[in-house]
Structures are given as structure tokens and as C-alpha cells.
Design a protein around this ligand. Structure first.
Ligand code: ATP
Length: 267
């Protein structure tokens, strides 16, 4: 399978870089993601997970190294990459279907086509009965389902997800994970998914990549050897427990290292 997203020796430094200053968010960060793969990114807080996504989205340019999509350097945002954030960021003055149709309408799609495609994704996300509802009439999980439909409507070959279920309660979260996998099985979009939650990463991913404490680089790249379609029972399987233990141990060590580093700095 061809490489869809590649990070080659990426360094990202924020702030005043003179005299070695600034914040080194990423250093020697290298990662290749094959087309149609679902890769989850885990790591201690502040290790640079969102920075990785922002670079792939083209919101930022790397200080060093390269970020490539289909072998071409990313120079800015593009319709080939959809993004889902922790907050659904819906426009409150537009109803559900108008929010989902926003991208296609801005891109000049014929209205009938945009409407048909929006209805298709509202059906897949179980929101067909709510298309005329205002966003304040929806629960957090429903709002995030609208955000998923909005990201998917243009059928971008790459989906970048930054803790999209982080604000949801555990039960809603599991339902959303199952829904995401169900749609992904049909679309086979290449997904890069950031999360703090090891269970979530292992439940969703073909691979789980664990990052080091800041400056972030790849510490572990684990192929998730669990059958698909994934069901709730997988969460209690011995293979799942083994992989979870490995990831947790590494993240724990890195988090303690990051904390020790801060203490050393007198913080
Ligand atoms: N625009 C920015 N300007 C300055 N510093 C930044 C900027 N964006 C990120 N950083 C810094 O870069 C480092 C990595 O941040 P990033 O948000 O990518 O980490 P993260 O792993 O996503 O964090 P968390 O898990 O807590 O959301 C942090 O030290 C952060 O303060």
C-alpha cells in the first residue's frame, strides 16, 4: 500500500528560537502512514500530538524536516484533508443540515447534490430526524456526530482527528467509537487520530504510535493485532490487555520524565 502521510525528521520550534530558545515541540519526528490505515497517536500531555496534526493539516509549517501527503510537501490546508476537533465548532445560527452542507456550499457544489450527500451522512450518523434542529437542541454526542458528518461529506482521503471524543462521557464515547469504525469500514479514509485514552487508541487503530515527552518523537509504533470489526468484547480480551499494559507503561514513564523535567526547571 502506498504511503499517504509522511513526516520526515520533523522539528517544530515555537517562540523565540534565538540562542536555542523557544519551545521545541517536536524533534526527529518521523512517521509514515499507509493509505487507508487508521493510526492513533498517544503520548503524555504537551508532547506535541496536536502539533503533528496541525502540520498535516497545513495550519503550520515545520521548522525543519518535511511533511508530505501523497509524496507532495504540505504547503497549507486543502480539501483533501478533513479535520475534527474536540469541540464540534458548529455555527449556532445554522441548523444541523446547514452545518453539514457548509463546506460543499462554499466549494460551489450544486445545492441538490450537497443536500443529498448531507442527508446520506446524517443517515449514517443516525441524525436524519434532527436535520432541522438547532445545535443548542442537541446533546454533546449528537453535536460531535454532526461534526463527523461535516468532515465526511466531502469524502476527503485523509481525516485528522484531535481528541474528537475527549469531552464525552464513557458510554457515549464507546457508541461514537463504534459509529466511527462503522463509517470508516465503508469509506476506508486514511485516519490520524489523537487521543489521551489508551483503550480508545487500541479499540480504533491499525497502529498505535506512542510519542515521547516533549520534544516529541516516536517511541513505540505498535501494530494492533486485533480482528475487525471491533466489538466491545475486544476490550476485555487478553491481547488487548497485553497491548494496553505496554502502552501504559511507556506513557507512564514518559509522563514522569516530563514531570521530573519540569520540577528540575523549578516549576
Ligand atoms: N502556537 C504555539 N505557540 C507556542 N507554543 C506552542 C504552540 N502550540 C503548541 N505549543 C507548545 O508545544 C508543545 C506541544 O503542544 P501540543 O499542543 O502539540 O501538545 P499535545 O501533546 O497535543 O498536548 P495535550 O495532550 O496536552 O493536548 C507544548 O509545550 C505547547 O505549549
Amino acid at each position: 500500500m502506498s504511503v499517504k502521510i509522511a513526516f520526515e525528521e520533523v522539528t517544530q520550534v515555537y517562540g523565540d528560537t534565538g540562542k536555542g530558545g523557544g519551545t521545541r515541540a517536536l524533534e526527529h519526528f518521523s512517521l509514515e502512514i499507509a493509505e487507508r490505515n487508521f493510526v492513533c497517536l498517544l503520548g503524555p500531555s504537551g508532547c506535541g500530538k496536536s502539533t503533528v496534526l496541525n502540520l498535516a493539516a497545513g495550519f503550520e509549517k515545520p521548522s525543519g524536516g518535511s511533511v508530505l501527503i501523497d509524496g507532495k510537501t504540505v504547503t497549507g490546508p486543502g480539501r483533501d484533508r478533513g479535520m475534527v476537533f474536540q469541540e464540534p465548532l458548529l455555527l449556532p445560527w445554522r441548523n444541523v443540515i446547514e452545518n453539514v452542507m457548509l463546506g460543499p456550499c462554499l466549494a460551489g457544489w450544486p445545492k441538490v447534490e450537497a443536500l443529498a450527500q448531507a442527508r446520506h451522512y446524517l443517515r449514517l450518523t443516525g441524525l436524519e430526524r434532527f436535520e432541522r434542529h438547532a445545535s443548542y437542541e442537541l446533546s454533546g454526542g449528537m453535536r460531535q456526530r454532526v461534526a463527523l458528518a461535516r468532515a465526511w461529506i466531502g469524502e476527503p482521503p485523509v481525516l485528522l482527528m484531535d481528541e474528537p471524543f475527549g469531552a464525552l462521557d464513557a458510554q457515549t464515547r464507546l457508541v461514537m467509537q463504534e459509529l466511527l469504525l462503522e463509517i470508516w469500514e465503508q469509506t476506508r479514509t486514511t485516519v490520524l487520530f489523537v487521543t489521551h485514552d489508551v483503550d480508545e487508541a487500541l479499540f480504533l487503530g491499525d497502529r498505535v504510535v506512542v510519542m515521547s515527552a516533549s520534544p516529541g518523537r516516536v517511541l513505540l509504533d505498535l501494530a494492533v493485532d486485533l480482528p475487525r470489526p471491533r466489538t466491545e468484547e475486544i476490550l476485555t480480551s487478553p491481547r488487548f490487555a497485553d497491548a494496553k499494559r505496554r502502552c501504559l507503561r511507556l506513557i507512564g514513564e514518559e509522563s514522569r520524565r516530563a514531570f521530573g523535567h519540569l520540577e528540575g526547571d523549578g516549576i
